[in-house]
Every structure is written in C-alpha cells, then in structure tokens.
Design a protein around this ligand. Structure first.
Ligand code: GDP
Ligand code: ADP
Length: 219
C-alpha cells in the first residue's frame, strides 16, 4: 500500500495509521493538536461530516462540512475509506488524502469512533495503531464538555448518555491512555507513536541496512 519513507535514522519504512478514539470530551482533539504540532511526518485526516459547524471550527481544517446528499454521493462514489453514523450525523474519512500521505511514507492521524476504527482495521490491520482515551471520571468528562462551551446543554446530555456505550469498545484498542493530566497523557500518546514507528515489520529498509553493515564488516 505504501512506498515508504526515511525515518529519522535514515531507514525506510511504511507509513502508519494512528487512531485516537474516546467518548466525546475526553481529549482527542486536544491530544491530536499537540501531536501534530510536535511530531513531524504526521498528517491529520480531515473527516467529512454532516454535523453543524461549531463556533471556531474551520471548514477544511477541522472537518469538511457537507450536506447529506453530498455525503451520500461520496459513499456511492467509494470516496470514503470508512464512514459511520455518530450522534445522528454522518462522519467519514476521505480516501484520497490518506492514500497520498501513506504512499509518500507519511503517517496519518485519525480522530474517529470505534465503528470507523473497526473498518480501518479490517482493511489495513498491520498498519493501524489504535489508541483509546479515557477520562479520569464521569464528573471530569461532564466538566470538560461544559468547559469547551461549544454545545448546547441538550447536546451535552446526549453525549454524556452515550459515553458509556462508546467506552464499552475500549478492549478493541491496542493502547489505553487515561487523560487526567494533559501533559502526561500527551507524553504517553507520543511514546506510543515513537515506539510504533520503530517496529521492525514497518521498517522496510532494515534488510538492506543490515546487509550494508555486514558488507562493511566483511570489507
Ligand atoms: N467513523 C468516523 N467517526 C468520526 C469521523 N470523524 C469524527 N468521528 C467521530 O465522531 C464523534 C463526534 O465527533 P465530533 O462531533 O467532532 O465531536 P467530539 O467527540 O467532541 O470530537 C467522535 O467520536 C469522532 O471521533 C470519521 O471520519 N469517521
Ligand atoms: N487533561 C485535561 N484536563 C482538563 N481539561 C482537558 C484535558 N484534556 C482536554 N481538556 C479540555 O476538555 C475539553 C474537551 O476536550 P477535546 O479535546 O475537545 O475532547 P474530544 O475531542 O475528545 O471531544 C476541551 O475544552 C479541552 O481543552
């Protein structure tokens, strides 16, 4: 699927798909922004959605805001890598930018729910790294949803009532991070990415690299 890139140590490797999921308000967006700022070679997958834009959100940066007929046309045209209904709205991952980034040997970051994660994993399991973010407590989750001040009380009640169901999928993920202190949670997520980038099976250039080393030793 990918042609690979040179890692920081010069050895070629395949790009990976780094997925963050959590109940709404647990901190995915915050941790994603921190990762994008501090980790070169990581590209955010910008999802298409039919949900209304929140104050401060920018079309094309936070989401591609589309209407239902346009979303349905994207599904029909096989333009989405995965898609799902979440909170009565449609969300999906445009295929082309992800494939372009991976073939350039870049990594791609996804903020998608458990349904999308399952679909990605079915398609490309070895290249998918799944991280689930949990809040430290229900009270903290509610506080964060209110502190974000972007949703009505009714939307927040809906999100709180769905949190338990979302969380029931935690065991389908490779890593679980509890977001109590944001800097600590970020350090944990960053360590996961760094370690996954070093995994032998992604590092397609290792055979040649080691042969080169052996040649030097014999030379
Ligand atoms: N399957 C899937 N889920 C998505 C996608 N984009 C966003 N989501 C999920 O949809 C849910 C709602 O997202 P959003 O309305 O931005 O609220 P948030 O939970 O506060 O980030 C979150 O669980 C996101 O991870 C996507 O492209 N595919
Ligand atoms: N560890 C944390 N401690 C306190 N507040 C946090 C923490 N992580 C995130 N927040 C805040 O909680 C709110 C929800 O976080 P956000 O990243 O938007 O969650 P999600 O994308 O999972 O819905 C935001 O206002 C964010 O600044």
């Amino acid at each position: 699927m990918t042609t690979g890139d040179h890692g920081t140590d010069g050895v070629e490797r395949r790009g990976l798909m780094f997925v963050l999921s959590s109940p709404s308000g647990a901190g995915k967006t915050t941790l994603s922004r921190m990762l994008l700022e501090r980790e070169p070679g990581l590209n955010m997958s910008v999802s298409a959605t039919t949900r209304a834009k929140r104050p401060g959100e920018v079309d094309g940066r936070d989401y591609l805001f589309v209407d239902k007929p346009r979303f349905e046309a994207m599904v029909k045209g096989d333009e989405l890598l995965e898609w799902a209904t979440v909170f009565d709205n449609l969300y999906g991952t445009p295929r082309a930018p992800v494939e372009a980034a991976l073939s350039a040997g870049q990594d791609v970051l996804f903020d998608i729910d458990w349904q999308g994660t399952q679909q990605l994993h079915q398609k490309a399991s070895v290249d998918v790294v799944r991280v689930f973010i949990l809040p430290p407590s229900a009270a903290d989750l509610e506080k964060r949803l209110h502190s974000r001040a972007q949703d009505s009380d009714e939307v927040i009640r809906n999100r709180m009532s769905r949190a338990s169901h979302e969380m029931s999928h935690w065991a389908e993920y490779d890593y679980i991070v509890i977001n109590n202190d944001v800097d600590k949670a970020f350090a944990e997520v960053q360590s996961i990415l760094k370690a996954e980038r070093l995994k032998r099976e992604r590092r397609t250039g290792l055979v040649g690299f080691v042969r080169g080393l052996q040649g030097q030793l014999q030379g």
